[in-house]
Design a protein around this ligand. Structure first.
Ligand code: 13P
Length: 247
């Protein structure tokens, strides 16, 4: 079985100005080698500047969203082609903050994922249940449904990852028990196998939600955890490096 190369990706969300690039420089100075792969996903305004600043380093730059079309009359939107042109190599799609705040459906996330692949970007497709869904015993059904609905057929044979981010764990300081993470990741792996065959074994399944230097080792060494999608702790170089070095 192919073991995925782990990916540790920082999601800066709507944080960061030109001054924050210094934090990314500090991270890049410490990251050597090809495993884990490390990415930073800043706001769209910083993608070009960050790509220039990190040129020649091992740290990749990613985006946090894209439109599904390559160009058109879509005021305020940015296409995957534009993000690639600015220097992005990856893009986070279907984050729960976009699903909840902008009504993004699985179908739209699938279209965006196809758009990202068309532009040569590696999608990080996010899924995760709410606290009410977990309490109702629906976590596995919700997550596997999102995986089925959010990954288009174009994903077959391409580089991509899935990020399991329980909505209730994001920014809350709460995390599921390791056994709960392993249960969901195993279910996601099974769906990927079913949909895309053994080639998808190289796709890492990331965990996201309150990952910190203090809990990173336990989470990152859990079965089928192929890395992390890190929010708050990716904004400070020391914290992000603490997570990267926990692997
Ligand atoms: P936190 O790490 O701040 O909980 O955010 C997780 C997240 O949403 C990453 O996409």
């Amino acid at each position: 079985m192919t073991v995925p190369t782990p990916l540790i990706a920082g999601n800066w969300k709507m944080h960061g100005t030109a001054a924050t690039i210094d934090e990314a420089r500090k991270v890049a100075a410490q990251v050597k080698g090809t495993s884990p792969r490390v990415a930073i996903c800043p706001p769209a305004t910083l993608i070009h500047q960050l790509s220039e600043a990190l040129k020649g380093s091992a740290v990749l730059v990613g985006a946090q969203d894209c439109h599904c079309e390559s160009a058109g009359a879509y005021t305020g939107d940015v296409s995957a082609e534009m993000l690639a042109d600015a220097g992005a190599k990856l893009v986070i799609l279907g984050h729960s903050e976009r699903r909840a705040g902008y009504g993004e459906t699985d179908a739209l996330v699938a279209k965006k994922t196809a758009g990202a692949l068309r532009a040569g970007l590696e999608p990080i497709v996010c899924v995760g249940e709410t606290i009410d869904q977990r309490k109702a015993g629906e976590a596995l059904a919700v997550v596997t449904g999102q995986v089925r609905g959010s990954l288009p057929p174009e994903v077959a044979g391409q580089a991509f990852s899935v990020a399991y981010e329980p909505v209730w764990a994001i920014g809350s300081g709460l995390t599921p028990a390791v056994a709960e993470i392993e249960e969901v990741h195993a279910a996601i792996r099974a769906i990927l196998r079913e949909l895309f065959g053994a080639a998808s074994d190289s796709a890492p399944i990331l965990y996201g939600g309150s990952v910190k230097p203090s809990n990173a080792a336990e989470i990152l060494h859990a079965a089928e955890v192929g890395g992390a999608l890190v929010g708050g702790a990716s904004l400070k170089a020391d914290d992000f490096l603490g997570i990267i070095n926990a692997l």
